[in-house]
Design a protein around this ligand. Structure first.
Ligand code: PLP
Length: 390
């Protein structure tokens, strides 16, 4: 049963996401746009691809946007186009999704994990600076949960040291820092249209943004087998294009992104007010809005300190309230990266965050009543803990 059907069957259930209900008012428009692709038969490089690329370039205030198969491929193709490879080092957070690191590893470059700022969950600029060596080729900040990293400081550091800033903006479409959009700061910006993102496709899709004409050509080349013209291969690229069907669906959904983002922002504010009036100050730590930019709230992530997170999550699940831990095992502690030699305690803020974070429902169609139910459930659980400790 879909989240939407379960939500209808059990009005007390609050899912983490409800993509079916979000899309439903636009289903006819989505089907018509997809039908148009079926009619033309141009499943790759069809008109919706160019339309989406132009719309994203305008939205991100860059000269070029180049579609690709996923956010993971956006990162991989970007690093390939920047010639990252053996002997190079790339600095990135460990508190992120796997794809931020796998692209570096796959190209034979050294993955250099650094710690986060505990207040924002994003790369700590001073740690980035300390990790730079003569072999550093790039830094990949992630705008985790929809809040931009400190892109002013990171740009300064990248420029001073002659390294590339590759933005992992997978979670931050529509966000900005100092009035400049995510995706417009770096040498290149990488977005994901994975279905759970603020702008989600009906499958996998991604896009890369840049204002560098030469790099834009290389991004396109590397995502198309390195081939140009036909059957002439200039570099060893991969097959990573955006399908016309996905682009068509995304063009329909892009028209709603501004409104959906406002709804997410309103939901974040409502949580803030509800949690404050529930008087559970200090027992959980609420996320804050971004004073230097526009937070787009892909996730609303609280901290539950002192080893109490998993019990709260189990309590929410028992009351049919969805939640998720993004991410429970930091990348420097993943088995596949063991040979990098990061021990327990090597990135203390990252490890603390992984033990404490809990993301609550914040999707655009979440109702005020559903939010009240979430906050009530959290408060009752914490009150019960208080009573049993007394
Ligand atoms: C921070 C981050 N980077 C990269 C990706 C990879 O994107 P995709 O799932 O589209 O490959 C994701 C999303 O899943 C992500 O959240």
């Amino acid at each position: 049963m879909s989240d939407a059907a379960q939500r209808t069957a059990d009005p007390n259930r609050v899912p983490l996401l409800d993509i079916v209900s979000e899309n439903r008012p636009f289903n006819a428009e989505l089907l018509a746009a997809i039908g148009e692709v079926l009619n033309t038969g141009r499943f790759l490089y069809g008109p919706p691809v160019q339309q989406l690329e132009e719309a994203i370039a305008t939205k991100c205030e860059v000269k070029h946007a180049i579609g690709c198969s996923s956010g993971s491929d956006a990162l991989l193709v970007s690093l390939m186009a920047l010639d990252v490879g053996r002997g190079d080092e790339v600095i990135l957070p460990s508190f992120t999704f796997f794809a931020t690191a796998s692209c570096v590893w796959r190209l034979g470059a050294k993955v250099v994990f650094v710690d986060i700022d505990p207040a924002t969950f994003n790369l700590a600029p001073e740690q980035v600076e300390a990790a730079i060596t003569p072999n550093t080729k790039a830094v990949i900040p992630v705008d985790l949960y929809g809040r931009c990293a400190d892109l002013t400081r990171l740009t300064e550091i990248a420029q001073k040291n002659g390294i590339h800033l590759v933005e992992d903006a997978a979670q931050s479409i529509g966000a900005s820092h100092q009035d400049r959009p995510a995706g417009a700061w770096g040498t290149v910006g990488c977005f994901s249209f994975y279905p759970t993102k603020n702008l989600g496709a009906c499958g996998d899709a991604g896009i890369m943004t840049t204002s560098d004409d030469e790099l834009a050509e290389r991004l396109r080349l590397f995502g198309a087998h390195g081939m140009n013209p036909r059957y002439v291969h200039k570099v060893v690229g991969i097959a990573s294009r955006i399908d016309s069907i996905q682009a068509a669906a995304l063009c329909v959904k892009l028209k709603q992104l501004g409104r959906w983002t406002e709804m997410r922002r309103e939901n974040a504010l409502r949580y803030q007010q509800l949690f404050e009036s529930a008087s559970i100050d200090g027992e959980i730590v609420l996320p804050t809005d971004d004073p230097s930019g526009r937070h787009v709230w892909n996730q609303y992530t609280i901290r539950v300190p002192d080893g109490r997170r998993d019990a709260l999550r189990a309590h929410l699940a028992a009351e049919s309230i969805g939640s998720e831990v993004y991410y429970p095992i930091p990348l420097h502690r993943q088995e596949c990266f063991a040979e990098l030699g990061y021990s327990v305690g090597s990135l203390p803020e990252t490890e603390r965050a992984a033990n404490e974070v809990l993301s609550l429902p914040i999707f655009p169609g979440l109702t005020a009543g559903e939010q009240e139910r979430v906050v009530d459930s959290v408060s009752r659980h914490l009150a019960g803990k208080r009573a049993s400790a007394a």
